[in-house]
Structure formats: structure tokens, C-alpha cells
Design a binder for this molecule. Structure first.
Ligand SMILES: NC(=O)c1ccc[n+]([C@@H]2O[C@H](COP(=O)([O-])OP(=O)(O)OC[C@H]3O[C@@H](n4cnc5c(N)ncnc54)[C@H](OP(=O)(O)O)[C@@H]3O)[C@@H](O)[C@H]2O)c1
Length: 185
């Protein structure tokens, strides 16, 4: 499968990238800064680099054009001050670019692009949490990562025709990201 990873130099993006390569996918790393990319990976035969900004429509369109799957892992949701990250802008730009690519007649015979949007556990309604003897999750106490809620609302309302899903993990370490990847097909 051809996979584009947006935010490929980040904590989640770099782990997703390594896991996708290990599963024999052909990967394009979408990143702003070449210098942050591990040099030892640059020669990998199934890796391509697309340097660009995820708020730049034209750059996204050219990167998404030949992909089967796009994984949005750019921008960490804000903690404090809340609601100050660029996550919403980036998700809107990606949806706009996916729609444009899919509207191109040359894509019509292909499967719709699968878009995975990194979100977080604050979005989950986990049975038992917050009741006696069970811990509250972060988002129940503080309005942490409000972008995730706003992105979800936006996707439900304005991403018609795009095959999107949210990924809502808790705090991840490298091992968790590999497990998470088994859900991405
Ligand atoms: N870390 C976790 O434990 C965890 C757990 C659950 C969910 N998540 C979610 O996973 C997503 C990614 O989090 P993270 O921890 O991997 O964040 P991170 O380590 O801060 O990485 C963010 C990445 O996004 C890139 N980026 C930011 N703005 C960009 C733009 N305009 N264009 C292109 N790239 C851009 C950054 O590139 P530069 O290097 O150029 O700045 C960096 O590579 C977030 O939605 C977060 O809420 C994370």
C-alpha cells in the first residue's frame, strides 16, 4: 500500500513511519524540515520524502495524489494554553486536498483514499471511567486538546465523500505505536 505520513518527524509520525516500512508499505514522509529526519532512513528503497507545509494546499495535493492511505500525525494538540495549536487548520487543509485529489477524473477508478486522523483518548467515552474507584481520564478534568473535539465535529459535518477515521490512543510510547498500527490497513 502507498502511505503518506503527514508530520513524519514527530513522536507519533516517526514511529508510524518505521512501522509502515517494517510492514512493507511504500511510504512518503511529508515533513517541513529535512534536517530533523534520521539520515540513515533516507536511502530506504521504499521511502520517499515530500518537503512541504501541511497548511499549503498545493503541496498537500501533490503529495496525496498518488496515495492509497494518508495518516495525519502533524501537530500535537495543545495543553496549556488550550486551543492554540494549528491542528484544526491542518486537518481542514488535508480534507480540502483529499477532496480535490478525489475529484480528479484520473482517480475515479481507484479506491477512495483512506484518511486516518490522529486524535486522542480524550475523545473516548470509556465505560467505568470517572466512577467510584476508577480514575478520571485527563480530558474529564481539564479541557485538554480541544482541537480533537473540534476536528471531530468538522469531519462529521464537512468531510462528506472522504473515507476518514479517528485514531484515539492514550499516551503513546514507541511500542504502543506499533500495536496501534495493526488497526491501520
Ligand atoms: N504523543 C502522544 O503520546 C500522543 C498520544 C495520543 C495522541 N497523540 C496525537 O498524535 C498527533 C501527533 O502528536 P505527536 O506527539 O507526534 O506530536 P509531535 O511530536 O509534536 O510532532 C508533531 C509533528 O507535526 C509536524 N508539523 C507541525 N506543524 C506542521 C505543518 N504545518 N506541516 C507539516 N508538519 C507539521 C512537526 O514537524 P516539525 O518538526 O517541522 O515541527 C512534527 O513532525 C497529535 O494529534 C496528538 O494529539 C499523541
Amino acid at each position: 500500500m502507498r502511505v503518506l505520513i503527514i508530520g513524519a518527524t514527530g513522536r507519533v509520525g516517526s514511529a508510524v513511519l518505521a512501522a509502515c516500512l517494517s510492514k512493507n508499505h511504500t511510504v512518503t514522509a511529508f515533513l517541513r524540515n529535512h534536517n530533523k529526519f534520521p539520515p540513515e532512513l533516507l536511502m530506504h528503497p521504499r521511502l520517499h520524502i515530500h518537503q512541504g507545509d501541511a497548511e499549503d494546499h498545493a503541496s498537500l495535493v501533490s503529495a496525496i495524489r498518488d496515495q492509497d492511505t494518508v495518516i495525519q500525525a502533524a501537530v500535537y494538540g495543545s495543553t496549556s494554553p488550550y486551543g492554540t495549536s494549528d491542528s484544526e487548520k491542518v486537518v481542514r487543509c488535508i480534507i480540502g486536498a483529499v477532496k480535490e485529489v478525489q475529484a480528479n477524473p484520473s482517480r475515479r477508478r481507484e479506491r477512495p483514499i483512506k484518511l486516518w486522523v490522529m486524535s486522542g483518548q480524550v475523545m473516548m467515552d470509556i465505560p467505568g471511567y470517572g466512577t467510584h474507584g476508577n480514575p478520571l481520564i485527563e480530558g474529564d478534568v481539564f479541557p485538554i486538546h480541544p482541537e480533537h473535539y473540534k476536528n471531530f465535529e468538522f469531519l462529521q459535518k464537512d468531510a462528506g465523500g472522504v473515507d476518514w477515521s479517528l485514531l484515539c490512543p492514550g499516551k503513546l510510547d514507541q511500542g504502543d505505536v506499533r500495536v496501534l498500527l495493526y488497526n491501520i490497513r
